[in-house]
Ligand binder design. Sequence first.
Ligand code: HEC
Ligand code: HEC
Ligand code: HEC
Ligand code: HEC
Length: 189
Amino acid sequence: MKTSLLLLLASCVLLSYAGEVPADYVGSKKCKICHNKVKVGQQYDIWEKGPHAKSFETLKSEQAINIAKGLGIAEPPEKAAACLSCHVSGWSTASGYKLEVDPLDKKALKVNTDLARVGCESCHGPGSLYKSKKTMIGIANGELKGGDHGLINIVSETCTACHNSDSPTYKPFVFEERVKEIVHPTPTK
Ligand code: HEC
Ligand code: HEC
Ligand code: HEC
Ligand code: HEC
């Protein structure tokens, strides 16, 4: 009797844990298909010209190499977990979702070059459950709850998962100010 109760409790814990990790990362190029249309707001183009799309390239710069050396990191920054954690998708998000591919795995990085930077899903959450047109429109017109499909309600903490003093180049972060630099609204709003 006691054992079965414990088993029941254990499976409840496991089930609720599974419920917290429902979605996979699909990469920003999957979002591009729809979110590069003028009518929808060309969010992909705006993002690609913004700071987050170059976050992986930045790790290959002289500045990055010097920072890593200064911190006594042996690997090149683009291979160091201590740097990658905030410079790629899905590693250090406030949501606690974890990347399915290992960003240190060369093959995975090649296949998912898309995830090797701070992509759409770093802020909006992994897209496998919300990326279908039907779900997207349902969320946009309020018939579906984004949260039930992995779409994150973006708040200051979504950003400070990376914009914090663990960043070697940390600049104080005021959400209301910094968000203006990266906005990509839908045209009607
Ligand atoms: C099959 C097409 C399609 C794909 C793929 C797609 N979206 Fe969308 N998305 C839409 C449409 C259509 C809307 C509604 C736009 C509107 O209101 O005009 C939307 C709305 C949104 C919204 C606003 C939701 C709201 O609360 O109003 C966000 C955020 C979003 N998409 C992010 C993403 C991200 C990130 C990806 C990639 C993981 C993605 N979308 C992939 C079609 C798509
Ligand atoms: C997964 C980590 C991550 C998340 C989440 C994230 N950022 Fe960033 N952000 C970065 C990195 C890394 C850079 C530096 C990119 C570069 O220069 O290559 C950056 C750069 C920026 C910049 C330009 C450089 C600067 O600091 O002035 C702005 C503005 C910015 N982010 C705003 C935001 C906002 C607003 C949010 C939340 C809505 C956010 N970021 C979420 C990692 C992140
Ligand atoms: C805690 C998250 C985090 C970690 C870990 C991190 N970064 Fe960053 N990085 C950022 C953010 C956010 C920015 C945008 C500027 C800032 O810090 O506010 C950034 C910007 C940069 C920039 C551009 C600086 C500029 O002024 O434009 C370089 C270079 C850089 N990081 C290198 C590194 C290196 C090298 C490592 C590893 C030793 C590293 N980062 C680890 C979050 C991080
Ligand atoms: C650094 C974080 C960050 C990244 C990266 C990012 N977004 Fe957003 N996005 C936001 C914020 C903040 C908003 C403002 C509205 C909100 O809170 O959802 C937003 C809003 C949106 C909206 C809704 C616009 C509206 O008017 O309601 C869409 C659609 C969207 N993003 C799509 C994308 C797509 C597609 C990508 C990748 C190409 C992307 N975003 C990358 C932070 C981000």
